[in-house]
Design a protein around this ligand. Structure first.
Ligand code: DOR
Ligand code: ZN
Ligand code: ZN
Ligand code: ZN
Length: 380
């Protein structure tokens, strides 16, 4: 018997954007450690990004992710296929074959090198087979070697600035291409106020545009650089209070469709490197619930919307039946305590890597149980 007094029972969460580094960089994370972090965060479905080594650009690699996830058995681990071979931005992958093998969508996340011509072809191909492309929107000519959002903090600390236009212009481009082709596009990790307004405009035009936001872009600002250096480095960068406010309202109102963590583990020695060379990215799977719950407590949204943005909407986006609160074999739900406070530290983080500016901080909202396929896969 499970005592759920004063707890909330809700459909388990679905994360369409995680980096499990498997195959190739399993010292950072692998499908097993990533699955453990996922279920501890209340997730039972995750979609792995294809920026593995090698990239997920052929059928055996797509099958590997699915089969390894089933072997681990804690949650549903699905792959996103690469849009271009080797994620080099030139030649499209055989998306139809990858889709048949189980790729749930297509992205070159982390390698924003696709020119507009190939992006349009990718949208048309993916759309024509009933799938979609997702874009990490960044114009490298504008971002150059920037590491921090261009603003007061970057100026005060003398950090190479990364202007928000690097994101905004590419979001606008993708929206225009989607309108012109009539095909869907998904905007990964939207983070700037203007980008949010562009998506709102595109949706008003009837475009098949969807967008996700990360927990860190809903919660942290570039002020993190005052206490952390590389640990605060992420792509797109942490921005300002105004940007956070814009993404919160957009998530509450439906301009942004759902939360995705962009869970990006990196080893300690990598994050200790010089700011210019260290890899961008931070963990997310175990922090999403407390961060979105805070938006409920601060009255941006209600619990019904929390379930939509954490579970139902991302599930529908990939054609998955939303998780069900049931008894029996298909039970797939999470029980959390909305008031329990816990500390983020090396022990409570279940990922192999510990890279997050939240280290040492307290969060409120704790997953107590996660059920998948009718079984308990996580117990606090
Ligand atoms: O911060 C990021 N980390 N952004 C990306 O696009 C890639 C990701 C990673 O793979 O570490
Ligand atoms: Zn990205
Ligand atoms: Zn401030
Ligand atoms: Zn990513």
């Amino acid at each position: 018997v499970i005592d759920a007094t004063e707890k909330i029972v809700c459909p388990s969460f679905v994360d369409l954007h995680v980096h499990f580094r498997d195959p190739g960089q399993t010292y950072k994370e692998d499908i097993e450690s990533g699955s453990k972090a996922a279920v501890a965060g209340g997730y039972t479905t995750v979609v792995c990004m294809p920026n593995t080594q090698p990239a997920l650009d052929d059928v055996p690699l797509i099958r590997y992710v699915i089969e390894r996830g089933e072997e681990v058995g804690l949650c549903r681990v699905l792959p996103a296929g690469a849009i271009t071979k080797g994620r080099k931005g030139r030649e499209l992958t055989e998306m139809a074959l990858l889709k048949d093998a189980g790729a749930v969508y297509f992205t070159d996340d982390g390698a924003p090198v696709m020119d507009s011509f190939i992006m349009r072809k990718a949208m048309e191909y993916a759309g024509s087979i009933g799938s979609f492309v997702a874009d990490h929107c960044e114009d490298l000519n504008l971002s150059q070697n920037g590491v921090a959002h261009e603003g007061e903090i970057a100026a005060a600390l003398g950090l190479p600035p990364l202007p928000p236009e690097a994101e905004d212009t590419m979001v606008a481009r993708d929206c225009v291409l989607s309108i012109q082709t009539g095909m869907p596009v998904h905007i990964c990790h939207i983070s700037s106020r203007l980008a949010v307004e562009i998506v709102a405009w595109a949706k008003a035009m009837g475009a098949k545009v969807t967008a996700e936001v990360t927990p860190h872009h809903l919660y942290l600002t570039d002020e993190e650089f005052l206490d952390f250096s590389c640990v605060a480095k992420v792509s797109p960068p942490l921005r300002t209070h105004e940007d956070i406010e814009a993404t919160r309202w957009a998530l509450a109102s439906g301009i942004i469709d759902f939360v995705a963590t962009d869970h990006a583990p990196h080893a300690h020695h990598e994050k200790m490197q010089d700011l210019q060379v260290c890899p961008p990215g931070m963990l997310g799977l175990q922090f999403a619930l407390p961060i979105v719950l805070e938006l409920v407590k601060k009255d941006y949204m209600d619990l019904t919307r929390l379930v939509e943005v954490m579970s139902t909407n991302p599930a529908k986006k990939i054609g998955l039946r939303p998780p069900q609160i049931k008894v029996g074999e298909t039970a797939e739900f999470t029980i959390f305590d909305p008031f329990e406070t816990w500390e983020v530290n090396e022990d409570t983080i279940l990922s192999k890597s510990k890279n997050t500016p939240l280290l040492g901080r307290k969060l409120t909202g704790k997953v107590k149980y996660t059920f998948y396929n009718g079984k308990i896969v996580y117990k606090d």
